[in-house]
Ligand binder design. Structure first.
Ligand code: CTP
Length: 473
């Protein structure tokens, strides 16, 4: 049997392994062992060769594979082709903007682009080696220009130079960028950038008309000053945020949750005792916000109702900020109807019966707080007799008997799924970046391996899309 050491793997794979290992708190070697074990279990499962007594392990491997597939289904992949213009430096920022929106980004740099930015910089920001050469045996062996073209949900060309536009219009394929563009049947968005005279030239306008007729989408160019001193007019590349928004709009139309309305609650609620004091639950809002962002990236029309958190608003969705449970319920009711509602907020169960208008002063002995129960938002929505979302998902943050408590909650709250997680202090889930969840439904329990909260969110969105599609059949 041949042998392979980790050192022989390519750099991108090594980096991914290091990240995975760090995320799971394992050595790189242990991470590789875990991956191989789960692949072997999966292979056994497919071949039906696993021993009977290993049924639990089989089920676990199948669930891990299903979760990974669900995550993959909801992750959008953008191939960014960087052309050779001064605006190429903005494309580095564009990589970040696209990733912020939940997209995986792969980069191709033309030969001219490499005069302005390096494959190393693009690769580091994308988290994957950038591709440059049609005749590089290594990259053709690893991925190949046909796979680059097919695996992208969207190809973005930024900056699209006059030369690149001419090549596209003429159907040329003499370098990696043009070959990929000719080989794709996925949507293509271009962000032209050139000198105003080149933009106005008859040849360029002819080529642009051809690309429009071919169904290529455009963003920009904008009017403004050029890099050349004293030059101004139409030809500046659109800003990275504009390009990312245009890319997102195209991807929404083809996302797994495209056309669905999704409502998500996130963060804690804060119940005032007086103007300076409050009762609240512990919650960073990271998981709820990640779910809202992943649903938006998958094409859903998302409303996020959030209690007070220290997180930026995720891009591409409507955010309603609230403080108390009663405000959260009112905002949820206003945001309905929805196809799917995910209740990830840690709602305070009680509030002081009467919040004092003025700061309560110390008067020798501590005040007695009279508490009353808050409305149960999840239960209210799950029990709606008309206009109930098709899929109502609750969360259960537990410190013991996680699955048993979640089963009770599923019945009590009347929801379709409970996503249960262990939040006891030693797990580091509270405020941390990793989560281990169990999806409890009427059909049983699905336990997922530990993974980053963003990955949990993407996998959950994939799972939601699969459930909606299943229900339609
Ligand atoms: N929830 C809600 N409104 C409330 C309390 C909880 O919408 N007033 C939702 C949460 O967003 C979560 C689920 O109910 O989706 C479970 O929350 P949790 O606090 O674990 O459950 P409780 O009903 O409060 O049960 P307990 O605190 O007794 O475990």
């Amino acid at each position: 049997m041949g042998s392979l050491t980790i050192r022989q793997l390519d750099e991108a794979l090594k980096r991914q392994l290091r990240l995975r290992a760090a995320r799971h708190g394992r050595s790189v070697e242990d991470e590789v062992r875990t991956i191989l074990r789960s692949a072997a279990a999966e292979a056994d499962l497919i071949a039906g060769t696993a021993p009977e007594h290993d049924a639990g392990g089989k089920r676990q491997a199948m669930r891990a594979a299903a979760a990974a597939a669900a995550a993959a289904a909801s992750t959008r992949c953008v191939l960014l082709i960087i052309g050779g213009g001064i605006a190429a430096y903005k494309s580095l920022d564009l990589i970040r903007r696209l990733r912020e929106r939940g997209a995986e980004v792969r980069c191709v740099l033309t030969a001219a682009a490499q005069h302005f930015v390096t494959p190393l910089a693009a690769g580091a920001l994308a988290g994957e080696r950038a591709f440059t050469d049609l005749f590089d045996p290594q990259s053709e062996f690893d991925v190949g220009h046909i796979r680059l073209a097919r695996e992208a949900d969207l190809i973005v060309v930024a900056p699209a130079t006059a030369d690149l536009i001419a090549k596209m219009a003429g159907g040329r394929a003499d370098d990696l960028a043009s070959a990929v563009l000719l080989a794709t049947d996925n949507p293509v968005l271009i962000a032209p950038a050139m000198n105003p005279h080149m933009w106005a030239a008859k040849a360029t306008q002819r080529n642009l008309a051809q690309l429009k007729a071919d169904g290529i989408r455009f963003v920009g160019p904008n009017a403004g000053e050029m890099a050349e001193r004293g030059e101004a007019g139409i030809g500046r590349m659109a800003e990275p945020l504009e390009i990312a928004a245009a890319a997102e709009a195209i991807m929404r139309g083809s996302g797994v949750l495209s056309g669905q309305r999704v409502l998500v609650t996130s963060g804690p609620t804060s119940e005032p005792i007086d103007p300076v004091r409050f009762i609240a639950n512990r919650s960073s809002g990271k998981q709820g916000h990640a779910i809202a962002a992943a649903a938006a990236a998958a094409g859903a029309d998302v409303t996020l109702v959030s209690g007070p958190v220290n997180l930026p608003d995720p891009p591409g969705l409507a955010v309603v900020r609230v403080e108390t449970a009663r405000q959260m319920l009112a905002a949820v009711e206003r945001a309905l109807p929805a196809d799917v509602a995910v209740f990830a907020a840690a709602v305070a169960d009680w509030r002081p019966q009467q919040a004092s208008r003025n700061k309560i002063k110390k008067q020798g002995r501590p005040p007695t707080l009279e508490l009353v129960e808050n409305p149960d938002i999840l239960s209210t929505v799950a029990h709606m007799t008309s206009g109930r979302p098709r899929l109502v998902i609750g969360f259960a943050a537990e410190t013991d008997h996680v699955v048993a408590h979640a089963k009770v909650k599923l019945a009590k709250k009347g929801c379709d799924w409970i996503v249960a997680n262990d939040v006891s202090p030693e797990t580091g889930v509270m405020g941390g970046d990793v989560n281990t969840i169990h999806i409890v439904t009427a059909d049983g329990v699905e336990s997922w391996p530990p993974r980053a909260k963003d990955d949990v969110a993407r996998a959950l969105v994939g799972r939601i899309a699969a459930a909606l599609a299943e229900a339609k059949r």
